[in-house]
Design a protein around this ligand. Structure first.
Ligand SMILES: [Zn+2]
Length: 321
């Protein structure tokens, strides 16, 4: 347990699409306590704030006489503007749009608060915790319901004015027309994100009710992205084609981003590729074929390890950056 003089303890919070996670960790990113709560994606701001406060309170509860300094870094799934963290884009938490996140959370948490885009937090934590392995340049990508990314160049987090630097999920996939949560059409996220793959699985199941996906849907009532990837692993040709299309699009976007940015390491986190080796192979093959040839032996692409609390840890570490 920390000593009272251990003033460098802080709290990091990850606000996901349907959950809140909080960690108490030190300035080196070592997690000493964590807590997690579920929250409705469509819940109101008040409900989310209550979940955030409850999760932080649970994480900082320490034995009598011990206290954690309440500076709170918050990883938020959206785009935030200015020192007040005005939310200008948050497709997964629509109720937060145009809210000033910092004063709202500072009042509720009675703490100093910094809010940052969640993928940027993840990238910063990966850089701080694994920098010896990855080097000073990193493209950190989160494949989940959506597709997020953060970039570290020469040891600095690349933010852009609105924290959107490296927003890989909204690169246009040639020929794609699907509507994205951002309002544009044909974004990578709208083609290869978890929500897009779930929708595609549903469409395929309806078109061919006797296929493996169709039968699974009849059993379950609804399909997820992981159902599509699992059926593809069983060598169902229709599901495998969809999986490969998504993997190729992601691989090309990653390779193109490295060609543009000059990062030497790419780290992929998130639930989507878990237990789906065929999906990962599709990503890797197109990543390598898109890279500039001289970069191929020099750039590493790997899966993140222990990434579940990474955004929350990064949010806390960014409080001191
Ligand atoms: Zn988009």
């Amino acid at each position: 347990m920390p000593r009272e003089s251990s003033t460098r303890w802080g709290v990091g919070v990850d606000v996901g699409g349907s959950h809140v996670a909080a960690v108490v960790c030190d300035a080196r990113g070592k997690v000493h306590r964590s807590a997690e709560r579920k929250c409705e994606r469509r819940g109101g701001v008040r409900e989310w704030v209550r979940a955030i406060v409850g999760t932080v309170d649970e994480a900082v509860r320490l034995p009598e006489g011990r206290r954690v300094r309440r500076t709170v870094g918050v990883a938020f799934p959206g785009v935030l503007e200015g020192p007040t963290g005005r939310v200008v884009y948050a497709p997964n938490l629509p109720g937060w749009l145009y809210r000033e996140a910092v004063p709202l959370l500072e009042k509720a948490l009675r703490s100093r608060v910094r809010v940052e885009n969640d993928a940027n937090c993840g990238a910063w934590a990966e850089h701080r915790l694994r920098g010896k392995r990855t080097g000073p340049d990193l493209l950190y990508v989160v494949l989940g319901t959506g597709i997020g990314a953060g970039v570290v160049l020469d040891g600095q987090l690349l933010r852009g004015r609105y924290g959107t630097a490296g927003e890989l999920g909204h690169l246009r996939v040639p020929g794609a027309l699907s509507r994205c949560g951002c309002g544009n059409r044909g974004c990578l996220e709208a083609v290869a994100g978890g929500r897009a793959l779930a929708r595609r699985a549903e469409e395929l199941a309806r078109e061919r009710p006797t296929s493996a996906l169709g039968r699974l849907r009849a059993e379950r009532g609804a399909l997820s992205a992981w159902d599509l990837l699992r059926v593809a692993e069983q060598k169902d040709p229709m599901a495998a084609m969809e999986r490969d299309r998504a993997g190729w699009a992601i691989g090309e976007a990653l390779g193109g981003a490295v060609n543009l940015l000059g990062t030497t390491a790419v780290v992929v986190s998130g639930r989507l590729p878990e237990g789906a080796p065929g999906f990962w192979r599709a990503i890797v093959s197109h990543f390598e074929s898109t890279l500039l040839p001289p970069l191929r032996p020099r750039v590493s692409l790997r899966r993140a390890e222990d990434w579940q609390l990474r955004n929350a840890v990064g949010a806390r570490l960014l409080m001191e950056s």
